[in-house]
Ligand binder design. Sequence first.
Ligand code: COA
Length: 259
Amino acid sequence: MEFETLLLEVSGNVATVTINRPEKLNALNAQVLDDLDACFTALGKNDEVRAVVLTGAGEKAFVAGADITQFKQLDADTAASFARRGQDVFNRIEQLGKPVIAAINGFALGGGCEIAIACHIRIASSNARLGQPEVGLGLMCGYGGTQRLPRIVGLGNALELLTTGAHVTAERAHQMGLVNQVVEPGEALTAATKMAVGIARQAPMGVRLSLEAALATDARLTEGLALEASLFGKTFETEDLVEGVSAFLERRKPDFKGR
Ligand code: COA
């Protein structure tokens, strides 16, 4: 299968999906979401594939977030739909029925951190940086970060990431439980592939049912995601959103007014 913004390689029982917009640090635009949707739908139906590795092209970034250039055209309603679309695609990844390992080879920010936590396991290179910088742009997470982060790193760490907008090192992310393993720069894909090969040797039904049972502890996730999408939409009614996005695009510091 061929995609405009993804590379897909299947070797043995392991598929590797690479988000391929390195010139934009693999930022997620509508086309990337469409391609991820189609790709993971196909992987779900392919019985040969028993584990998946997701990574980003280039040496600098896993995914540097949702594509910020899209934000200028959104209002509260379209922004809430925008959040729901990303949530649906990320849910497809989480509900694949086969383990998905994020090989975090660089920046995993905003939607990049959110797609990583929709994956089941995360392996980061030591030079990777993770975070939820949305508050610095006048918005908040809309692709599941407010719901999945507390489940993975605990409420205290999640609130720190969500409110400071700070980029944390791979080592700090490991201490928080945000990443499972930290490896040398350039080694994330190799380490993730090695783990995927090991998983692919296990009984597929046992693996699938383990995922299903473990993820069932998140019975209230759907409710939380709906709330997040609607609150994400609200930030698009604020002057701070316009200021934050303009400041990023104009490469200057934002001047937020709180309205
Ligand atoms: N959306 C759209 N474009 C993005 C992007 C995003 N989330 N992140 C990076 N890019 C683009 C830049 O605009 C730039 O494009 P250009 O060369 O056409 O100007 C290119 O990718 C390279 O990024 P640049 O900012 O020049 O790299 P850097 O090394 O100076 O900084 C980051 C790297 C990751 C710190 C910086 O790109 C960044 O802060 N990105 C946004 C992260 C973010 O806030 N994500 C959450 C979005 S909700």
